[in-house]
Design a protein around this ligand. Structure first.
Ligand code: UD1
Ligand code: MG
Length: 472
């Protein structure tokens, strides 16, 4: 059965080897940066990583990245054994870049050329382009109000593509054309070697233009078509910090819209950032200026107050996270109340209905159901049972200067204010710790633990006075 299905797939004409070549060797002068342009971040990931992810969705047989400026930083940062990295040095133009990739492409099928600095291109648009190609050449064009700087798609009287002319080489009348080459195109792989060998660099920039394959294809009686991008924003490239910021907003707007359509309440979709994946249950409500990084899952009815940052977090249904809370690598149970101004650090697991209040830091700790630390506390490397109350100013002293030690607080323990728990230490079930106590020994269960302290009064005691300063 399985073999039969596979055999059909191979006979189907739509199955054809697909190479993707991502051009990413350019310098990006206008970024004014030491970092190669394609490694600048959009939604927390390098521009190039977005393009690679889109290429993967297409099911490409081979993905080849042409890099150059910034040296080995690009392959090092992407660090993906499934990608073929090809160095182009010096960078003599887009045609020259594809020439460098050629030996890695095999001979059959189609080759899709993408740009490493055009990160928002959608896989659906590319699918349309790839399906339209072969034996034709198909370029992705866009209609722009201001086409300056771009290569123009020049058409003959019958509307067929005749050439792509670069802005710097264009005549005054060609410059008025608003249909531009986005740079993304699909070519028949078998033809590439012949066409690229014929490219000349006699043009305004002294470069080998990939766009010149258009006239070479026409010379071989191969049709060249253009597919127009549905939305021009998909084809926008990053050349400056301002353009990067604009693309970031477009990306975030897309994320926000998807969530709104799924029934999530975003108080202001323009003040909201996802740098990874955010999954939401029903009736989730997110206030302004929140940042979600990595993998974040919010259960049904979760409410997130303004200015929270959540990174790799799972939050159980019905939990409320109050403003200015920072949660990193943690699991939060159902019906909890966290913040405002709480910090939950990696390795924390909170069970249901736990309360973590303002200026409380929790690190690498497990806290069971209904336990509370409502104000000004540090709970680190701890195992906390259920129905525990941790008073204001309580600190687990988990670090002896060399090693970390654990604190165990069993069920129903009540800890007064300003208590130090010197780890390793265990507070047995139901014990109460008086305010201001330093606990350095394991306690029995039940009863009260306090340090013997005295309080005295010195009635004649005088406050020190400031000494008068004599003028010189
Ligand atoms: C190119 C197109 C132009 C199109 C525009 C869209 C050519 C000749 N022109 O022009 O028609 O309208 O993109 O933005 O193709 N790159 C390399 N190696 C090189 C040169 C460039 O890898 O030697 C990469 C760059 O990193 C970039 C892409 O190719 O990702 C485009 O290069 P760029 O110099 O920006 O080309 P444009 O002049 O903008
Ligand atoms: Mg460009």
């Amino acid at each position: 059965m399985y073999r039969g299905v596979r055999a059909t797939a191979l006979c189907d004409n739509s199955y054809m080897a697909l190479n993707v070549v991502i051009l990413a060797a350019g310098q990006g002068k206008r970024m004014f940066s030491e970092r190669p342009k394609v490694l600048h971040l959009l939604a927390g990931r390098p521009l190039l990583a977005h393009v690679i992810a889109t290429a993967r969705v297409l099911g490409a047989d081979r993905i080849c990245v042409v890099y150059g400026h910034g040296g080995e930083q690009v392959p090092q940062a992407i660090n993906d054994a499934g990608i073929v990295f090809v160095k182009q040095e010096p960078q003599l133009g887009t045609g020259h870049a594809l020439m460098r990739a050629l030996p890695h492409l095999g001979r059959a099928g189609k080759t899709l050329v993408l740009y490493g600095d055009v990160p928002l291109i959608r896989s659906q648009t590319l699918k349309t382009l790839v399906e339209a190609a072969m034996p034709r050449v198909v370029v992705l064009s866009a209609e722009l109000d201001d086409p300056s700087g771009y290569g123009r798609v020049v058409r003959d009287k019958r509307g067929r593509i005749a050439a792509i002319v670069e802005d710097k080489d264009a005549s005054a009348s060609q410059r008025k054309i608003r249909e531009v080459n986005t740079g993304i195109m699909v070519l028949p792989t078998a033809r590439l070697a012949g066409w690229l060998a014929k490219l000349k660099n006699r043009n305004a920039q002294g470069e080998y233009y990939l766009t010149d394959v258009v006239s070479l294809a026409l010379g071989n009686r191969i049709t060249v078509d253009a597919v127009k991008a549905g939305d021009a924003w998909e084809t926008l490239g990053v050349n400056s910090r301002a353009q990067l910021a604009r693309l970031e907003r477009i990306y975030q707007w897309q994320c926000a819209n998807r969530l709104l359509e799924q029934g999530v309440t975003l108080i202001d979709p323009m003040r909201f950032d996802v740098r990874g994946n955010l999954d939401c249950g029903s009736d989730v409500r997110i206030d302004v200026n929140c940042v979600f990084e990595g993998q974040v899952r919010l259960g049904a009815g979760v409410e997130i107050g303004a200015n929270c940052v959540l990174r790799n977090v799972e939050v159980g249904a019905g939990t409320r996270i109050e403003p200015f809370t920072h949660i990193d690598e943690a699991t939060i149970g159902t019906g909890c109340r966290i913040g405002p101004f709480a910090r939950i650090r990696p390795g924390t697991r909170l069970a249901e209905e736990v309360h973590i209040g303002n200026f409380v830091e929790v690190k690498a700790s497990e806290i069971e159901a209904r336990s509370k630390a409502n104000h000004l506390a540090y709970v680190g490397d701890s195992t906390v049972g259920r129905d525990v109350n941790i008073g204001a100013g309580t600190i687990t002293c988990n670090y002896d200067g060399a090693n970390k030690h654990r604190t165990v607080i069993e069920d129903d323990v009540h800890i007064g204010s300003d208590v130090q728990l010197v780890a390793p230490v265990r507070l047995a079930k139901g014990v109460t710790i008086g305010a201001g106590t330093t606990v350095w020994k394991d306690t029995p269960s039940g009863g009260l633990v306090i340090n013997a302290k005295t309080q005295e009064h010195r009635p004649g005691w005088k406050r020190p006075k400031k000494q008068e300063r004599r003028e010189e």
